[in-house]
Design a protein around this ligand. Structure first.
Ligand code: CDP
Ligand code: MG
Length: 136
């Protein structure tokens, strides 16, 4: 049975700063993802705190929100069969040092915090994250 999904992808400040936008988008397109919508923006720290609310009890929360709001980001809605899991696979592990060869984080990530991309981790969060950036 077909399971076309939409997922939210973010090209994070470390990757935008290094002009990796086109290279990363090409990887998505070459892997069969359609970019349905996209925009470039810079978050306020309070927006990042809302976006990453699931992590509010973690020790890295404040640094994470400071980082995500430190410079421009590109947010995209990606669509493909099983897009949520396949995007997570293509991104690779959270820590680029542990990511598999060929994944975006292995190719471009600098560290566990500056790991170049975000991707929704479940259908519930994909909907919440897409609404956060695109349905207001
Ligand atoms: O992004 P992903 O879903 O792979 O990881 P997460 O566990 O949801 O964490 C969100 C983000 O927090 C990661 O992408 C990292 O940038 C950051 N993080 C961190 O800075 N230090 C950690 N120990 C874990 C995550
Ligand atoms: Mg996550």
């Amino acid at each position: 049975m077909s399971n076309i999904e939409q997922t939210l992808s973010i090209i994070k400040p470390d990757a935008v700063e290094r002009n990796l936008e086109n290279e990363i988008k090409t990887i998505f397109k070459n892997n069969g993802f359609k970019i349905l919508k996209e925009k470039k923006l810079k978050l306020e720290k309070t927006d990042a705190e809302q976006f990453y609310k699931v992590h509010e009890t973690k020790p890295f929360y404040s640094d994470l929100c400071g980082y995500l709001s430190s410079g421009p980001i590109i947010v995209m809605i990606l669509e493909k069969e099983n897009a949520i899991k396949l995007n997570r696979d293509l991104m690779g592990a959270t820590d680029p040092a542990k990511a598999d060869d060929g994944t975006i984080r292995k190719l471009f990530g600098k560290s566990i915090d500056k790991n170049s991309v975000h991707g929704s981790d479940s259908p519930e969060n994909a909907k919440i994250e897409i609404d956060f950036f695109f349905n207001n």
